[in-house]
Write a protein that binds this ligand. Structure first.
Ligand code: GDP
Ligand code: MN
Length: 385
């Protein structure tokens, strides 16, 4: 009996994401259903939130400067939360050296989290489009232009990028391949509930309509995009908008757990919303299930199977054996790691929300000559979960 329940739980744990992934692959073949306009060039405000980003900020500003978007339509706001490493000074010096780009450096007196800073910048932004650009990220040279072109369609409220790690780091590679496929597929089907702060472009009115960025949870980018989708505009991750992110070498696990905490906070909060547009229901509820509930089926299944195996069940022992052998297969290991991060994150959320988080050392996590970010339109690679 126990072994049957254990096997069923394991079946659901692996079956639901596999079925969803299979269905999403089908969505990938669809068109976007978006009327893009390459000639659409609204005023754009790029917001770079910083806390101790001295080693990244100049490179980040260079990367914005090198975008193939009309520079006179561009405004950059660096909003710095009392960095102690001179980030704001470096940004100001950079601004003086580049008088042909409007750069405003906002200095906050104390650090109260990224979302508060973003809201402060939003109040000052003059653009019709507001784009979040994390300091430790880079964009492909055409990323901004391609993202903005999609916002020319009035049905689109927010656009984000497909992510590539800035340095190869085993697990993160596989993780990105699989999740990029899902993000793009969901976006083609209608909208995705997961956005990336590395490049998150919002139609300004849509942003204001949802009250700016939420300050009570960590995933400000995903949550804001999802609120916009809940109001009926599309929130998409576009496959021709590429960004790279620095991945920490040290403290990698803590980093993944903190980000998982933020995602869980986001899904918890979204699930309390009264109305979901029809096209968004399957996507939002499946993703919420996959993040909040599905991970827990794994330890439950293992516990039941282990109990049965120890009391002599051959099938239970066989299933556990298969599970152990499968760890030779990298996508499986990647999947298992993600489940463990989500479970640890749920537990950790009980005592800390990590709204103001520790900065991770990413000093070896990127190289300026990263090839991935030079390619304008990477196709997301598929990997089984
Ligand atoms: P991760 O991408 O989720 O690992 O988060 P990061 O640590 O890279 O932070 C994302 C962006 O937000 C970076 O540009 C940070 O410098 C910035 N950031 C983090 N905390 C704060 C904060 O308290 N205030 C401001 N203004 N920016 C912050
Ligand atoms: Mn980051």
């Amino acid at each position: 009996m126990l072994e049957a329940i254990g096997a069923a739980l394991a079946g659901v744990h692996f079956g639901v994401p596999l079925a969803y992934y299979w269905r999403a692959r089908g969505w990938l073949r669809r068109g976007w259903g978006i009327r893009e306009d390459g000639g659409y060039a609204p005023r754009v405000t790029v917001v770079i939130p910083t806390y101790n980003e001295a080693e990244n900020i100049a490179r980040r500003l260079d990367n914005v400067y090198q975008q193939d978007y009309p520079r006179d339509k561009l405004e950059v706001i660096v909003v710095d939360s009392a960095s102690t490493d001179g980030t704001a000074d470096i940004a100001e010096r950079w601004a003086r050296q580049h008088p042909d780009l409007k750069v405003v450096v906002l200095r906050e007196e104390k650090r109260e989290g990224k979302a508060k800073s973003l809201n402060r910048a939003l109040r000052l932004a003059s653009g019709d489009v507001v784009v979040i650009a994390d300091a430790d990220a880079l964009w492909a040279p055409d990323a901004l232009r391609r993202a903005v072109a999609k916002l020319a369609d009035p049905s689109v409220g927010a656009v984000s990028c497909v992510k590539k790690p800035l340095a190869a780091y085993g697990i993160e590679d596989g993780y990105r391949g699989y999740y990029n496929v899902l993000r793009v597929a969901e976006s083609k089907a209608w909208s995705t509930p997961i956005f990336h702060g590395e490049l998150a472009a919002f139609r300004r009115e849509a942003l204001e309509a949802v009250g700016g960025f939420p300050t009570d949870i960590g995933a400000d980018d995903s949550h804001t995009a999802t609120l916009i989708a809940l109001r009926g505009l599309r929130a998409i991750v576009a496959d021709d908008v590429a960004c790279g992110e620095a991945v920490p070498r040290r403290g990698y696990h803590a980093w993944r757990i903190r980000r998982a905490q933020h995602l869980l906070q986001h899904f918890w909060k979204v699930l309390t919303r009264p109305k979901t547009p029809r096209q968004f229901k399957a996507i939002l509820y499946t993703e919420a299930y996959l993040h909040v509930v599905n991970p827990w089926l794994l330890p439950a299944a293992v516990a039941l199977l282990l109990t049965s195996a120890l009391t002599g069940s051959i099938p239970a022992a066989a299933l556990l054996g298969i599970g152990a052998v499968m760890t030779a297969y990298k996508p499986y290991r990647t999947w298992m790691a993600a489940q463990i991060y989500l479970i640890a994150a749920a537990v950790r959320n009980l005592w800390t929300k990590e709204i103001v988080w520790q900065k991770h050392d990413k000093s070896n996590g990127h190289g300026a000559e990263d090839p991935a970010i030079k390619a304008s339109a990477p196709t997301p690679r598929g990997a089984e979960p």
